[in-house]
Design a protein around this ligand. Structure first.
Ligand SMILES: [Zn+2]
Ligand SMILES: [Zn+2]
Length: 388
């Protein structure tokens, strides 16, 4: 039985020595194997993973590698477990931990910065200067679950207490996995200026972060909130989450004109770009007012030409965000606890952990209109559909 020295456990939550874990053998190739249950160190706890959501970035990592960085390189064939949007129950405490109790339900942020670099000291731990330096002689202690350290497509994972967000009993496991998604949207809006009441906001791209961007902007008091996209069902969901106007750019190709019309003929104050479309940044530039601000929360795979003169002449501010820094996840959880929006609207499917390849296929190909697909190690029957 699991009983590492210095680690506090409880007979109410017995922990096995071994667990099931998916590992990334090669691009697009995962295998399910047995791994030792990890051991929490100082300021860390062991979380029993109760649910893990699939993110578009997981699909990128599994297919291409970056932004995952394992032992200084690509994440393949290194016995590494991806997955980063998970929640669970604290089942063991590392030495000195008294901030959390065994049995407590938590959701987890991805990034635990090194805590010693300039950015970490500024609260920008998602931009840690020691990203991925957590091995061998260069071990700075940086962790980003599912990016630079083992992630959540398994049964147990260790987490720094700084990455934990306590959740209430009335929040379901599935909803709790969305706290980080909402936290990313919250971080973007924080970087744009934080106080959003009365400001006009466009969100481009109704993926999970875009839809949570709509919800968080509305909860922060933005008006109007305008959502652009190509699929009516996603745009309808955006309305349920707080969008005042939606624009289907297939039907309304001059999206800049459509945005201005929806905002009383004027440009908007903020754009949160979540589509990763090649022309999205230039369109965002033409959507904002002079002095407006744009947050880039999605990344295209190719380089894109940008109308720099327009940025300069109009004093437009551009922000790139990574992850969910500055404790934005806690602010997002507060909104969700207060039921300011219903994040569960974007959760569409749940699969057993053993069915991860099928779950990934649903997320990637949007099978059955999938948006957020969740995987659970317990309590969900294995379907074992012919995925591959
Ligand atoms: Zn994610
Ligand atoms: Zn750091």
């Amino acid at each position: 039985m699991y009983a590492p020295p210095g680690v506090k456990t409880s007979k109410d939550f017995p922990i096995p020595d071994k667990m099931r874990a998916w590992v990334l053998d090669a691009p697009e190739k995962l295998s399910l194997k047995e791994k030792a249950v990890p051991v929490p160190k100082k300021a860390e706890v062991l979380v029993r993973i109760d649910a893990v959501a699939i993110c578009a970035t997981d699909l990128d990592v599994i297919a291409h590698g970056p932004p995952a960085l394992i032992q200084g390189g690509l994440p393949y064939g290194k016995d590494w477990t991806p997955g980063h949007e998970y929640m669970g129950t604290v089942v063991a405490l590392g030495p000195g931990v008294d901030e959390y109790k065994i049995g407590q339900r938590v959701t987890v942020e991805i990034h635990a910065g090194c805590g010693q670099c300039k950015r970490c000291r500024e609260g920008m731990y998602t931009s840690c200067h020691n990203y991925g330096l957590n091995y061998g002689d260069v071990d700075k202690g940086h962790r980003a679950n599912g990016f630079t350290t083992d992630g959540g497509f398994c049964e147990y994972q260790v987490n720094n207490i700084n990455t934990l967000v306590a959740i209430q009993d009335d929040m379901s496991d599935e909803e709790a996995t969305l706290v980080v998604t909402a936290g990313t949207a919250m971080y973007g809006l924080t970087e744009l200026g934080g106080l959003v009441a009365g400001e006009s906001v466009v969100v481009t791209g109704p993926g999970p972060i875009g839809l949570m961007g709509v919800a968080v902007a509305k909860a922060l008091g933005a008006q109007p909130v305008i959502l652009t996209g190509t699929r009516d069902n996603r745009l309808e969901l955006g309305k349920k989450l707080g969008a005042d106007h939606v624009i289907n750019i297939r039907k309304d190709p001059d999206v800049v004109a459509a945005v201005r019309k929806a905002n009383g003929g004027k440009g908007v104050d903020y754009v949160v770009e979540c589509s990763a479309a090649t022309n999205a940044l230039n369109e965002a530039l033409y959507m904002v007012n002079r002095g407006g601000k744009i947050c880039l929360a999605a990344f295209p795979h190719e380089q894109v030409p940008v109308d720099v003169a327009h940025i300069v002449r109009n004093n437009v501010y551009l922000y790139g965000i990574r992850g969910e820094g500055k404790s934005a996840t806690h602010r997002a959880e507060a909104f969700m606890r207060q039921k300011r929006f219903d994040a569960t609207l974007i959760h569409t499917h749940t699969f057993a952990l053993d069915d991860l390849p099928t779950a990934l296929r649903y997320a990637k190909d949007r099978v059955d209109d999938a948006i957020k697909v969740v995987v659970k190690a317990r309590g969900v029957a294995v379907r074992q559909e012919a995925a591959e």
